[in-house]
Ligand binder design. Structure first.
Ligand code: OFO
Length: 165
């Protein structure tokens, strides 16, 4: 049985994962419009992944006999200054998600809810991988520079990363 505090924290996290899925979908659409087709593919896949994270948490709440709540999703931005700025936003967002997961892990320990603590370890590892991945992407874009040839190269490299996900 989940405590009310844990239940609320997990339901809030459900909303964050859903928001991430919407945000990355919007980013994918911008990339498609700007001709960054590799990044668009990557972000469509990533948006689906975030939906998977949301459902994983949603199901956990249900399986624990609690009430999983669909959260309202705030409006997401539709335009971005550049490919670099877009992925910097992704990294910043993922760092916030990491903070949020860490605070639920802390709460689970405080409440001696070891099942939730154990469940959240998957998310802890996932956030570690995601931060690493987005740092790599940002590094690639910076190295490629701002001319169209460099950006074309970076976009192709980002597309290749879908296979490693
Ligand atoms: Fe971006 O990862 Fe979900 O949790």
């Amino acid at each position: 049985m989940l405590s009310v505090k844990i239940q609320n924290a997990l339901n809030t996290q459900v909303g964050l994962e859903d928001y991430a899925s919407h945000y990355y979908l919007s980013m994918a659409s911008w990339c498609d419009k700007e001709g960054y087709f590799g990044s668009a593919k990557f972000l469509y896949a990533h948006s689906e992944e975030e939906k998977g994270h949301m459902m994983k948490m949603f199901k956990y709440v249900i399986d624990a006999g609690a009430h999983a709540l669909v959260q309202p999703v705030p409006k997401v931005p539709h335009t971005f200054k550049s490919l670099l700025q877009l992925f910097e936003i992704v990294l910043k967002h993922e760092k916030e998600v990491t903070q949020s997961i860490s605070s639920i892990v802390e709460l689970a320990l405080k409440e001696k809810d070891f099942a939730t603590f154990n469940f959240l370890q998957w998310f802890v590892a996932e956030q570690h991988e995601e931060e690493k991945l987005f740092n790599t992407i940002i590094g690639t874009i910076k190295m490629a520079g701002t001319d169209s040839r460099g950006l074309f190269f970076a976009d192709k490299e980002i597309e290749k990363l879908i296979a490693n996900k």
